[in-house]
Design a protein around this ligand. Structure first.
Ligand SMILES: Cc1cc2nc3c(=O)[nH]c(=O)nc-3n(C[C@H](O)[C@H](O)[C@H](O)COP(=O)(O)OP(=O)(O)OC[C@H]3O[C@@H](n4cnc5c(N)ncnc54)[C@H](O)[C@@H]3O)c2cc1C
Ligand SMILES: NC(=O)c1ccc[n+]([C@@H]2O[C@H](COP(=O)([O-])OP(=O)(O)OC[C@H]3O[C@@H](n4cnc5c(N)ncnc54)[C@H](OP(=O)(O)O)[C@@H]3O)[C@@H](O)[C@H]2O)c1
Length: 241
């Protein structure tokens, strides 16, 4: 595997822990929803982690959205990158959280926790998403309201049904609690204003592995199952850890 040498153009701090890095590299082909390994040289060793593209494929500047895991080897260093610094980007993007793998449906549900919103921001900025689905719902669950990032981008998307959860403080305009419970008790459908079920929906899930597990159980109770090439279903997941 080879590495592209990228130059950091911008590193935006949304909060003490959340950051978005924009990087210029030579051109890289990928499909919206995919990830790529990004790396820094730390004490003579190249330390790499997968990150989802936030930018759509047609955008020549790459963008990644991350959180500082204080004890983690890479993320605290990524958060400190400054314009002009070098960030290595692997030459082989990968991943199956992509629309080309999905069966047709009336409604596309994009369910995320924390940084799991990243691949959906890329998908939402492709023409394919808006051509293929009559309704698109983006759901973003975070602990605190200040973590509801990319608001300007998301609120500017005409036709998008956008539902937020804030779990650790009261926040007007956001649902309380967690995604799986809100699937089970109908609050999520109510907030989105569209039905969630096997007959109409494809669901993509990204973020915290416990959310992925609990949400899939709640969707299974509605007759939905994991999508596989050989056994088409309704649920496609990507776990961030
Ligand atoms: C396919 C894929 C795509 C990914 N895309 C992204 C992305 O777009 N943005 C991003 O921030 N991370 C993403 N990750 C996670 C990322 O690769 C790193 O694990 C993360 O940046 C922390 O790196 P680290 O070296 O500091 O700590 P690590 O040693 O890698 O992680 C330590 C622990 O931190 C926690 N953790 C890791 N990632 C997250 C996270 N994103 N949010 C909350 N807790 C976390 C987990 O408990 C993990 O065990 C992705 C992971 C995978 C597998
Ligand atoms: N450096 C810093 O200052 C700093 C600050 C914050 C976080 N961090 C790091 O980032 C990590 C957490 O990141 P995060 O807040 O983005 O992620 P998170 O813990 O995954 O929380 C994001 C959202 O997912 C929800 N969630 C968690 N488990 C779920 C489940 N089983 N089902 C449904 N929803 C679930 C949370 O709800 P609940 O609130 O109900 O759990 C929250 O609304 C921490 O472990 C820490 O390492 C660092």
């Amino acid at each position: 595997m080879s590495w592209l040498e990228g130059k950091v153009l911008e590193n935006r701090a949304w909060t003490d822990a959340l950051f978005s890095i924009r990087v210029k590299t030579s051109s890289l082909n990928f499909e919206a929803g995919q990830f790529v390994r990004i790396a820094l040289d730390i004490d003579g060793e190249r330390v790499a982690r997968p990150f989802s593209f936030v930018n759509p494929p047609q955008d020549p500047v790459l963008e990644f959205y991350g959180i500082v895991v204080p004890e983690g080897p890479l993320s605290p260093r990524l958060a400190k990158l400054r314009p002009g610094d070098t960030l290595y980007v692997a030459s082989n993007p990968a991943g199956f959280l992509v629309l080309s793998e999905l069966p047709d449906a009336e409604t596309l549900w994009l369910l995320s926790t924390g940084t799991g919103i990243a691949p959906f921001l890329s998908i939402l900025r492709t023409d394919a998403a808006w051509k293929r689905f009559r309704n698109i719902v983006l759901v973003h669950a975070v602990r605190h309201a200040r973590e509801l990032v990319y608001q300007d981008l998301v609120r500017g998307m005409k036709g998008l049904r956008y539902v937020t959860f804030v779990s650790r403080e009261a926040h007007a305009g956001s649902l309380a609690g967690r995604i799986p419970q809100a699937i089970a008790d109908g609050r999520l459908e109510g907030a989105a204003g569209v039905a969630l079920g096997a007959a109409t929906s494809q669901v993509m899930l990204c973020g915290n592995p416990d959310m992925l597990k609990d949400a899939q159980a709640a969707l299974a109770a509605r007759g939905m199952r994991k999508h596989r090439r050989r056994a088409p279903g309704h649920i496609t997941v990507e776990s961030f850890w």
